[in-house]
Write a protein of this length. Sequence first.
Length: 123
Amino acid sequence: MAESDAMKAKVIDIEVTRDDTRPLILAFTKTSDGTPIADVTSWTFTLAVDELEEPASPTTTNLFTVNGVVTDGPNAKVSFTLSAAQAAQTPNEYYYEVQWVNGSETFTPVRGKWTVVHDRDQT
């Protein structure tokens, strides 16, 4: 049986500038089965960035993990803020995924390339 598009992670590539710690804010619209999201206030979110797209062991190639902060539960908005060390990655192409836990359900709604570019105004 084919996997429903609702069950697949949406692929969105993200480009960040090295050393920038401005929050990344994501808004989610549908649950894993495709129904509209009503409120994510009690959900937990994690952003993980890895050196490899399909790591055999993420614990050995994971660059960092950031816990999301629900900033607007009824509108399903979640903020991820990198620390200075996390934002200081060597410019390169990496891979990320966001995972949520909603009660007993764990789901990866979005994943893609995480490209770190040079900060042209470094001091």
